[in-house]
Design a protein around this ligand. Structure first.
Ligand code: DOR
Ligand code: ZN
Length: 347
């Protein structure tokens, strides 16, 4: 039987949510990943080191005793984030960076940044203290087409941030366009991007052809096929600026299958298997380990994980439903088959 044994991967972009749902999301990620960058868009958002440490304790309390997992906490940047908070974040080993959500860009982002152009002093402090900036790169003005919002953010804000703050580490999260892939590839060192499984495996036809498919709706929204192809090439290129970040983001079924459905794909139950499916489709399985287990750690300055996972070539079907927190959730790829199965994981 064909197998792949690889260094244990990390997820550099993840939503775990809070409360009882942690008993589903934490083991679902920890079964495979050793570390994960945990997004702060709770209600209320995680804006302080103190709140992040309390959240971290709740995450670890939901971790089954036999598993090891290291949550790397992010703080939610607001228009009023202080330099003192940035200093405190820099001094705390469990905080990995600040997440910039333009206000209104996505789930629970209403407390986000309203004027990116006025945040220069914050970016300067982050650069000085060595705190990375993680970015949801979309503008939010209603007159800008949803399919153009990532490119407009790059042209209007990101080029400037990267140039003005040459020591700032910048991660453009969940990239969706050829424009973003080109920007990151051509940018100076210290600029990187995460890529989700859904943006590698799908394009907007998978959202809209034959009926609206709410479980494939995420933000930034899936783009046209040519953009998907650009992301695919970036992921298999071996360029260390591109690495794994699932953006796994559960919403209960009734919130997805609704007149105004929530954005987010709950991919954690099949995350590494989905990436393996994609790399196999591209005949590039030899590139999976660096993308999943090496480039992110190196970018952030972490050691590589010392244990391994093994995938075997054995077809399985992602469950149609997962019950968590007394509610049904539809995982990403529900009811569809995948060619690679997690065989062995010391977790
Ligand atoms: O699809 C998404 N879901 N994109 C985001 O940026 C946020 C996430 C969520 O929190 O549900
Ligand atoms: Zn996210």
């Amino acid at each position: 039987m064909q197998t792949i044994t690889m260094i244990r991967p990390d997820d550099w972009h993840l939503h775990l949510r809070d409360g009882a749902l942690l008993h589903e999301t934490v083991p679902a990620t920890a079964r495979v990943f050793h570390r994960a960058v945990v997004m702060p868009n709770l209600v209320p958002p995680v804006t302080t080191v103190k709140a992040a440490m309390a959240y971290r304790e709740r995450i670890l309390a939901a971790l089954p005793a036999a598993m090891t997992f290291q949550p790397l906490m992010t703080l939610y940047l607001t228009q009023t984030t202080s330099v003192d908070e940035i200093r405190a974040a820099a001094e705390n080993p469990h905080v990995i960076g600040f997440k910039l959500y333009p206000a209104g860009a996505t789930t629970n982002s209403s407390a986000g940044v309203t004027a990116v152009a006025e945040m220069g002093y914050v970016f300067e402090a982050m650069a000085e203290f060595g705190v990375p900036l993680l970015i949801h790169g979309e503008v939010t003005e209603s007159h800008i087409d949803i399919f153009d919002r990532e490119k407009v953010f790059i042209d209007r804000y990101l080029r400037h941030i990267v140039e003005q703050h040459p020591r700032l580490k910048v991660i453009l999260e969940h990239i969706t366009t050829a424009d973003a892939a080109d920007f990151v590839r051509e940018a100076r060192d210290g600029v990187a991007a995460t890529i989700t499984p859904q943006h590698l495996l799908m394009n907007r036809n998978d959202l809209l052809v034959g009926g609206v498919r709410p479980h494939n709706f995420c933000l930034p929204v899936l783009k046209r096929r040519s953009h998907q192809e650009a992301l695919q090439q970036a992921a298999i290129s071996g360029n260390p600026k591109f690495f794994l970040g699932t953006d796994s983001a559960p919403h209960a079924r009734h919130k997805k299958e609704a007149a105004c459905g929530c954005a987010g794909c709950y991919s954690a139950p099949a995350a590494i298997e989905l990436y393996a499916e994609f790399f196999a489709q591209m005949d590039a399985l030899d590139k999976l380990e660096n993308f999943a287990s090496r480039f992110g750690a190196e970018f952030y300055g972490f050691p590589l994980n010392t244990d391994t996972i093994t995938l075997v070539k054995q077809e399985w079907t992602v469950p149609e439903l997962i019950h968590a927190d007394d509610e049904p959730f539809v995982p990403y790829w529900a009811g569809e088959s995948l060619m690679w199965t997690l065989a062995d994981s010391s977790n």
